[in-house]
Design a protein around this ligand. Sequence first.
Ligand code: SF4
Length: 137
Amino acid sequence: MKLCSACLLGIKCRYDGGDKANEKVLELAKREILVPVCPEQLGGLSTPREQTEPKGDRVVTKSGVDVTDIFEKGAEQVLKIAKAKGIKSAILKQKSPSCGCGKIYNGTFSGIIIEGDGITTKLLKENGVEVLTEEDL
Ligand code: SF4
């Protein structure tokens, strides 16, 4: 059993109201139990919502609102789900400010990618959950 970014499974939970259904993830879901989670919704954000990017150790919306607390709350809810089910691995959406693993945007909303992890990925890794992305499948 693995956690999985809900948008990769075709759930329309992205900031723009869309999904990021991924063929490889959908194939994997036929063979393994993938538990869909969207940390941004679990933190209390609505869908659609304003686009966000990480800025240092904070997360901000395009209009400059600091939403770090909401992202951290969502990450904690995802960790609770992992602990409740004894889940030790996750497949999360690359480059998201919540779910990105190794690659994130740089906070300028100009498409520039830097090394780093999203808020949920960071918390999961700190708690011994292995995180892969759709790019690793
Ligand atoms: S927070 Fe994660 S699961 Fe939710 S839309 Fe963003 S990438 Fe997908």
